[in-house]
Design a protein around this ligand. Structure first.
Ligand code: CUA
Length: 435
């Protein structure tokens, strides 16, 4: 390679490196950058990263400059004298042993201090959230608040949060880059006697409101790539409001209106057990904060065939609303309300839980307030009517490997749900109304 081409290649490399660094640093919309942390954990980890990076960049530049200089200065020339040989020079060897040792100490000490600092026990008043990784979705339990959320969770700004991470199946990895780094989510070991189950922990204090996305960061099976989540950092007031909504459950707005207009109808309050749906976690020590258990205001039980028949009657192509079965007149008239009845009468409830209903399944994602989520299928697609319908119809088409069965396709060892197009539309409408 000629001297000119060598220099040009070197110049291009430097330019590319500078552009890369500038792209990482210079604002722009990088929702999952680690360079702009929004929590003190992220900042501490970033400080360690920069400390290591600048030392190593300095070493690289120094070594490369010396190397290039020596290659150039002592290159072979006709009649040039043999350069001075320095092999065995004690002073030099001591120097280049001591300097790197000092640099190692300057990198190691802050790193180790940060490890201990970020692994310490949660302070008094920290918000504790149990995070459970599932193939392929995230569950967030708030033991003190008595709520469970799926694939997205809320935390108040400036309050320390303690995440306790474990898995329901295989090893996952929890990572919301802007909040701070990545930790393994291991299957929980069996608990014997009084021993606390050992879980990994992340402690962070977010200081900037916003919605921060993340995902599973360790290969955990076929749908690993679609195991996303959102952390919402909100004001204290907004957080309290969210907790209240998650606690009261699934009542959609139009249903409330409808119920208000219906004399004698009771608004749904709490779920029948009051317990966290599908509870496989250690028992809660906090007293129950929910309203006392009440019967669900489900319409009088109708023969299944009658309900289904009534809903199925018009074909999916008919734009008009299906006739309302007599048993539903009291509580359910909108599509969302009809969708609720279909949902609760079908196998959906075997896997999914919705607070405020008798749906208590624990295999699939919790669907409480599903309408507020940005995605369907833990990041498989945007949460809109068409996508939710397609998800119910054939989830494998959107997320290969998902354990949910479709209307005509089995999934996760379960048979097809056999839902009709009409039922799919109603269920999607109901789920999206849960806001
Ligand atoms: Cu869970 Cu990858």
């Amino acid at each position: 390679m000629s001297k000119f081409r060598l220099r040009r290649a070197g110049g291009l490399f430097t330019l590319a490196a500078l552009l890369f660094v500038a792209a990482c640093e210079a604002g722009g919309d990088f929702p999952q950058t680690t360079f702009r942390p929004v929590s003190e954990l992220g900042e501490k980890q970033n400080a360690v990263f920069y400390n290591t990076t600048w030392w190593t960049v300095g070493i690289m530049v120094l070594v490369e400059v010396l190397l290039v200089y020596v290659i150039w200065r002592y290159r072979e020339k006709p009649d040039a004298p043999r350069p001075e040989q320095i092999h065995g020079n004690t002073k030099l060897e001591i120097t280049w042993t001591v300097i790197p040792s000092i640099i190692v100490v300057l990198i190691a000490v802050p790193t180790i201090l940060t490890i201990f600092d970020t692994q310490k026990a949660a302070p008094e008043g920290a918000l504790r959230i149990e995070v459970i990784g599932h193939q392929w979705w995230w569950e967030f339990r708030y033991p003190e608040e008595g709520i469970v959320a799926g694939n997205q969770f809320y935390v108040p700004v400036d309050r320390t949060v303690e995440l306790r991470l474990h898995s329901a199946d295989v090893v996952h990895s929890f990572w919301i880059p802007k909040l701070g780094g990545k930790r393994d989510v291991n299957p929980q070991p069996a608990v014997t006697g009084d021993r606390e189950p050992h879980t990994n922990q992340i402690l962070f204090t977010p200081h900037e409101e916003g919605a921060y996305t993340g995902q599973c960061a360790e290969f955990c099976g076929e749908a690993h790539a679609i195991m996303r989540m959102v952390a919402h950092v909100v004001s204290e007031a907004e957080y309290d409001e969210w907790v209240e909504q998650m606690r009261t459950g699934s009542t959609s707005a139009d249903m409330l209106t409808q119920l208000a207009r219906t004399p004698g109808a009771t608004a749904p309050v709490g779920d029948t057990t009051g317990a966290v749906a599908g509870d496989s976690a250690p028992p809660r020590t906090q007293p129950q904060v929910e309203p006392p258990a009440t019967e669900q205001p489900l319409p009088a039980p109708a023969p299944a065939a009658q309900q289904v028949g009534a809903i199925r009657a018009p074909t999916g192509l008919t734009p008009q609303r299906p006739p309302v079965p007599a048993v539903m007149v009291a509580g359910a008239q909108t599509d969302a309300e009809l969708g609720r009845e279909v949902f609760l009468s079908k196998t959906c409830v075997a896997c999914h839980a919705i607070k405020g209903t008798r749906a208590q399944g624990a295999l699939g994602p919790v669907l409480t307030r599903f309408g507020t989520r940005p995605w369907v299928g833990a990041g498989a697609a945007t949460n809109n009517q068409a996508n939710v319908e397609q998800w119910i119809r054939n989830p494998q088409s959107m997320k290969p490997g998902t354990l949910m069965p479709g209307a005509h396709t089995p999934g996760g060892g379960m048979p097809p749900t056999d839902l009709t197009e009409q039922e799919i539309r109603l269920i999607a409408t109901y789920l999206r109304s849960l806001k």
